[in-house]
Design a protein around this ligand. Structure first.
Ligand SMILES: Nc1nc2c(ncn2[C@@H]2O[C@H](COP(=O)(O)OP(=O)(O)O)[C@@H](O)[C@H]2O)c(=O)[nH]1
Ligand SMILES: [Mg+2]
Length: 208
């Protein structure tokens, strides 16, 4: 009999909201960051991956709360929900400040082991997404592009999109795995969990 497959993220609990970088937990242990444009489906992806309904707050209207949200898996492993970017209604000064904070987070955070870049599959790889991928590449950190809301596309469209995104990533020289994802109709959820779990709990390079 096959052993039941354990979800490496099932133990996630809300730990804290951090308005600024100094409010994060001490830079020890290992953490995986989730980033993406506002409304891309970041919170929904965290809920689907952890299997903890309502863990990360989802919303129909892009929020203005620009905070880092920390979810603990155990004393040494965390998920970080980074503030969404690209939301026009956030005041320009605030956006600029957050851009700098995010940049600093990616440059300096030692416990960061990888990025999950959540993108609405209908609007992939915008400029701000590339900035984050470049920040990861600069440090040799692995990233996974989650092309979410895949349920909005037909099967053929999904495969075409995946091929296009992979080609663009390869062209950009990025060390990035691209996966289709849907929070409402989970596809390959277990494989994605295991892949990300390996980054967080082991020290392995991502598959292309
Ligand atoms: N159809 C569909 N809707 C989704 C999916 N993921 C998120 N959404 C919806 O997209 C909106 C924004 O999602 P949310 O997770 O709050 O995005 P965030 O701002 O990136 O955290 C919400 O109305 C979600 O219900 C998905 O995979 N499929
Ligand atoms: Mg969110």
């Amino acid at each position: 009999m096959m052993a039941a497959v354990r979800n490496p993220f099932a133990s996630a609990t809300f730990a804290r909201s951090a308005p600024r970088l100094p409010d994060l937990p001490p830079d020890e242990g290992r953490e995986l960051a989730f980033a993406g444009r506002s409304n891309a489906g970041k919170s929904s992806a965290i809920n689907a991956l952890t299997g903890v309904a309502g863990l990360a707050r989802t919303s129909r209207t892009p929020g203005r709360t620009q905070q880092l949200v920390v979810f603990d898996l155990d004393a040494r492993h965390r998920l970080i929900d980074l503030p969404g970017y690209g939301y026009a209604k956030v005041p320009v000064a605030m956006r600029a400040q957050w851009g700098q904070e995010l940049g600093r987070y990616f440059r300096e955070r030692q416990s960061l082991v990888g990025l999950v870049l959540v993108m609405d599959c209908r609007h992939p790889l915008k400029d701000s997404d590339w900035l984050l991928l470049e920040a990861c590449a600069d440090r040799g950190l692995p990233a996974m592009a989650l092309l979410t809301k895949a349920d909005k596309l037909g099967r053929n469209q999904q495969q075409t999109l995946l091929r296009e995104v992979r080609a663009r990533l390869a062209e950009g020289g990025a060390l990035v795995a691209a996966r289709l994802f849907s929070a409402t109709r989970p596809v390959a959820l277990e494989a994605i969990r295991n892949e990300l779990g390996a980054w967080l709990f082991k020290d392995v390079a991502p598959a292309p």
